[in-house]
Design a protein around this ligand. Structure first.
Ligand code: LLP
Length: 417
């Protein structure tokens, strides 16, 4: 459930008309619902109440400071994958002891700053990285707390671009090699083994891959304990799907119901790294219709948001529901909703049946709160778009619209020219 609903034919973000927001802040505009974000965060927190846990929101889904701060105020942590994300998490008030750091290509600089910040743990993805973390930790005379990211070879049954837990993927350490890697980790002077990590993919709509992967990981935990390697933190990653169209993914409660029995009696702290399932349906992208165009056997609705603002349709062929901000009784048309970018792949929807829309009217692209702004770019020299947060009747700009000057910031004319 989210709080973007039509009332008397007009779309509201919580108790604020979307039209009012676009009139004040312009388009394209990302709008987030505070109470939806909070509700989704709490759905996890409450579902896992019976077991020690930390909800480490995955910054890659949405890293706006205001959104991160909302989670941190409610006890949330962060899953980061770069020095930039670590910086953001800390700036937003997330406590370092609730930050986990994943990613296959951590640099020396990034490792150093994470160590100095005293994060909870590194989710290590290879032997090489493990040795590098050991070396860097030695250099600054500290011990690095780590988990190994284990690839359990489970098919998450999702889009191939966002599935990560199979043998052929670049992520994690193959489960067959896990013991050997843990022994190595345990022998390294500047490494302290504290956890185990897995993440098998995103937009999962079934519960069984979570359960199957967890069972494999728990067998490994038992084996490690036998060998005297103690695991305190079990990080099960993120991945719960959301409804974009008609998917019926499990909710945190169902996830808890299926996995908590497997954890009963174990002395562990559970870490989860949800991104999409918290932020996805808590945000929309509002865009203005610029032109209508009749092609050969095809209609185009040309809007002011492009693939640079929301990349998911172009990149994954992802479906985002699109609806008029103000409903009308007009007939339906089948059209491609396209942006102003000079690429054939620049579309928000293809062959979509939508209510007839006119120039100057607004469309809401739904489920855009996760992997929307974070994946956006300045392609075609389009400034970053503004973001607004709504809470009840209140609202606030949480990111200013970019300017043309922002576009050229940092660019240098060489002296030899
Ligand atoms: N933890 C790790 C280690 C991850 O790699 C990811 C997502 C998450 C947590 C959060 O997963 P979530 O709960 O959001 O499913 N850009 C794609 C999604 C890429 C996901 C990458 N990893 C999209 O727009 O669908």
């Amino acid at each position: 459930m989210h709080l973007f609903q039509h009332k008397n034919g007009e779309l509201y973000a919580e108790n604020v008309p979307v039209k009012k927001l676009v009139q004040e802040f312009g388009t394209p505009l990302y709008i987030y619902s505070y109470n939806t974000l909070l509700r989704h965060f709490k759905a996890y927190d409450e579902a896992f109440d019976a077991f020690p846990h930390i909800i480490c929101f995955a910054l890659k889904a949405n890293s706006n400071k205001a959104i991160l701060n909302l989670f941190s105020r409610n006890g949330g942590g962060a899953d980061v994958v770069s020095g930039g994300e670590l910086f953001r998490a800390l700036k937003a008030g997330i406590r370092p002891e609730k930050i986990v750091y994943a990613g296959v290509g951590k640099t020396e600089q990034e490792i150093k700053s994470a160590l100095k910040s005293k994060i909870l743990m590194f989710n290590v993805e290879s032997e090489d990285e493990l040795k590098e973390i050991n070396r860097v930790a030695g250099e600054i005379k500290t011990k690095a707390p780590i988990a190994l990211r284990i690839n359990p070879d489970i098919d998450p049954e999702t889009h191939p671009y966002i599935s990560t837990g199979l043998k052929q993927h670049k992520f994690g350490i193959p489960i067959e090699d896990a013991l050997e890697h843990y022994r190595l980790a345990n022998s390294l002077k500047n490494i302290k083994v504290i956890g185990i990590h897995k993440h098998i993919g995103s937009q999962l709509t079934k519960i069984s891959p979570f359960v199957d992967a967890l069972k494999r990981i728990l067998l490994l935990v038992e084996e490690l304990t036998k060998q005297g390697i103690n695991i305190d933190y079990l990080d099960i990653g993120g991945g719960l799907g959301i409804t974009y169209r008609d998917e019926t993914p499990p909710d945190p409660k169902q996830l808890a119901k299926n996995i908590l029995p497997l954890l009963k009696g174990r002395k562990l702290t559970l870490i989860m790294e949800p991104g999409r399932s918290i932020a996805g349906n808590a945000g929309i992208l509002v865009t203005k219709t610029l032109y209508l165009k009749k092609g050969q056997g095809k209609e185009f609705v040309i809007v002011d948001a492009g693939m640079n603002d929301l990349m998911r349709p172009s990149l994954y062929g992802a479906y985002h529901h699109i609806q008029p901000v103000v409903k009308s009784r007009r007939g339906k048309i089948v059209a491609d909703v396209v942006g102003p970018i000079c690429e054939s792949g620049d579309f928000l929807a293809k062959d979509r049946e939508i209510t007839m829309i006119y120039k100057g009217e607004y469309l809401a692209v739904m489920s855009a709160g996760a992997y929307g702004f974070t994946m956006s770019s300045n392609y075609n020299s389009r400034p970053g778009i503004a973001e607004v947060m709504v809470k009840g009747r209140e609202y606030s700009l949480i990111r200013k619209r970019g300017t043309y000057n922002d576009l050229i910031r940092g660019e240098i004319l060489p002296e030899f020219m």
